[in-house]
Design a protein around this ligand. Structure first.
Ligand SMILES: Nc1ncnc2c1ncn2[C@@H]1O[C@H](COP(=O)(O)OP(=O)(O)OP(=O)(O)O)[C@@H](O)[C@H]1O
Ligand SMILES: [Mg+2]
Length: 246
């Protein structure tokens, strides 16, 4: 690892403490009004926004650190069911914008009920029962980061629908993430996997898009001996297929 990489990673690592102090402070104000004094509705709203954004920051920090770990070839595997992975990615996806959907997802253990909750939110799941219930042995954090990045992208670019499908074939977990947005023109298919490549107007993109997500996904997948395939044409939506050996 180069000195610069180590420096950057230590810097990112050291963000953890101040961010959690901000988080704890905002949560104290919100949840312990008997100690810190009563809040107006507007103040509650601002505090909730602060808490949501500290969560987003914590995730970014963890993602960067996880990538560093991947580059060094460190794996932490465990047993978990496929549904656990998909559910938690969905929860994280809605966490920042729609807490009431998250509540509903958390409450249900039933696949068909989950389908109904998600249908209203323009997500379609397609898993066979056996796949959904299968317990896989993989690096949970890494697989989750991969799926979360692809799902976030699909939500960012969709027109009306995001589809997440999964199956297990010949001891490989295959996940498909598909949207019906404007798609990716063939000349960009290679470029989107490069760091800092984004499409669209630079100014509107600068905050939302860093062009790091897919490059990170590739690092994580390489580490696990998996791969990523893209099928998309301009105007046709995009379909990403992840294959991970079990
Ligand atoms: N589902 C998709 N539909 C259309 N374009 C996509 C899709 N997924 C990715 N892209 C294109 O690929 C580029 C790179 O994606 P990537 O996830 O690496 O970065 P990003 O989403 O722009 O930012 P971030 O670093 O926050 O993930 C995007 O800017 C976008 O132009
Ligand atoms: Mg992205």
């Amino acid at each position: 690892m180069s000195d610069n990489t180590i420096k950057t990673e230590i810097l990112v690592h050291d963000l953890k403490v101040p961010v959690s102090v901000i988080d704890a402070g905002a949560k104290s104000l919100l949840n312990r009004q008997e100690v810190y004094g009563p809040l107006t509705d507007k103040q509650v709203k601002v505090l909730k926004r602060i808490i949501r954004n500290t969560l987003a920051t914590q995730r970014l920090v963890n993602d960067v650190l996880e990538l560093g770990r991947s580059r060094e070839g460190v794996m932490i595997t465990s047993d978990f069911p496929v549904f656990e992975l998909v559910r938690s990615v969905l929860i994280e996806n809605f966490d920042l914008s729609e807490p009431e959907v998250v509540e509903k997802i958390r409450k249900t253990q039933n696949y068909h009920e989950l389908l109904q909750i998600l249908e209203i939110k323009s997500v379609r799941l397609s898993f066979e029962k056996t796949t959904w219930m299968t317990i896989v042995h993989l690096d949970y954090v890494k697989v989750k980061q991969i799926l979360r990045n692809l799902v976030t992208n699909a939500f960012k670019h969709k027109s009306t629908l995001v589809e997440i499908a999964g199956k297990i074939i010949e001891n490989r977990l295959i996940l498909k993430i598909k949207d019906d947005g404007k798609g990716i023109p063939p000349e960009d298919h290679k470029k989107i996997f490069e760091t800092y490549f984004t499409t669209g107007a630079p100014i509107e993109n600068a905050i939302e898009s860093h062009g790091l997500g897919l490059a990170g996904v590739m690092v994580l997948l390489k580490d696990m001996g998996g791969n990523l395939a893209l099928e998309s044409d301009h105007g046709q939506g995009a379909e990403f297929t992840v294959t991970i050996p079990l």
